[in-house]
Design a protein around this ligand. Sequence first.
Ligand SMILES: C[S@@+](CC[C@H](N)C(=O)[O-])C[C@H]1O[C@@H](n2cnc3c(N)ncnc32)[C@H](O)[C@@H]1O
Length: 464
Amino acid sequence: MQIANKKDVPELLDVRIEKMSNLGFGIAKYDGYVIFVSGACTGDFVKVRLNKKTKTYANAEVVEIIVPSEYRVEPFCKMQKVCGACQLQFVEYSAQLKLKKQMVEDAMQSVFDEEIEIRDVIPSKSDREYRHKIQYPVSETKDSKRILAGYYKPKSHELVNIKYCPIQPSACDEIVEFIRKCAKECYVSGYDENKHNGELRHIVLRVSKMTKQVLVTLVVNDKGISSKLKLLANKIYAELPNIAGVLVNLNSKRTNLILGDKTILLEGVEFVEEELCDKVFKIGAKTFFQVNPYTADDIFRYVKKYIAENFTKPSILDAYAGITAFGICMSDIASKVVSIEEEKASVELAKKIIEENKIENIELHCGDAGDFFADQTSTGRLFDITILDPPRKGCSQNSLDYAMKLTKSKIIYVSCNPSTLARDLKYLKEFGARVEYVQPFDMFPHTYHIENVAIIDLQTLQAD
Ligand SMILES: C[S@@+](CC[C@H](N)C(=O)[O-])C[C@H]1O[C@@H](n2cnc3c(N)ncnc32)[C@H](O)[C@@H]1O
């Protein structure tokens, strides 16, 4: 098919949205030329203005909704359009689940010739107040020096001061408002990222659904802790209910990374406790822990049920383990769990959690997963099941090669990125592995993000 030349595509045009992209944009076509429309969903007929044109695609914004999609609803948050966090809030929740399933199907179709079974998305138990990790950038107003804390507008570093966020536990709004006021009273200034001056640069909250306690981390542009910061931490701990502890993280670098290397406990304890799959975990300021504990619990129970129904006391390798959440949840149905995680603090925390849960069949390792796989292969050690839960970039081919050598029966691949999951599944399949199916879970309602659990059978590969 002939595709329109970008010069021939008008700046303003009426289009029908055919489907959604993996980043939550509506996809429309003009004579085969692809247009990604922000704030539009499948079924919308909209007038759009193109704001960026490349040879193969354009980005556009909605100027007018001519005929709304049947999926459209009024967003429940007034800030939806200005705050970049909930891209899909204007889509009815059950329709979001259908659109997300289609996004996963599209990711698979883009690499596979044959069909991969994608199951219906399992919804989040709650689509409000589900986000239990909050990281607000902080700044201050130019003249009155009022402290601002919230999210950046889409594709910008312009801060939206968020007073109410319905996808976070409501206690977080009160805590952040208290910190805004109290920081100013304590003469703690807000950070200016252009000039790289000012003190408070982020507020990070970790909330427990089990205890309702909150761990507060104040990230400061400093190399030490000032007395005014100590006073602020003391006031937060003394005057607010349900604060487990207050920490200060020192981050004086010009960087987009939120947390610096050094974290100091000023008040209370340095973690909150959370229950998942009948086990109690500790979550610190830096600990990787799934942001939606309701869906995390569903995923852990789902994987555990799958393993219990298909194996008797298997040996399990938990790779990219974080605080070994999978391994700990699976420990009572496994003969042995071995975990590998590169972040030392997570491994140390895992050790504590394992002791407190009185678990005796877990072996922890700290290091790079690929290197660890290579070592284990050279010893001839084998596992019935390997759980892979890598970061968004997925696994390296080298790690996948070794994972296949180390695993007797199944790989359970947990992923928050459908594109890298599809790429890695294709790689495994080329070696004879069979993808049984992919089960998506809605860990992030109202955003375009989706978590997936893929079940991969390696017995076909062993038989070759
Ligand atoms: C998506 S998280 C999964 C954590 C855990 N499975 C959970 O559910 O809580 C990915 C983890 O992989 C770790 N990681 C990233 N690259 C790694 C590598 N090359 N080797 C080992 N661990 C790695 C990160 O520190 C992080 O804890």
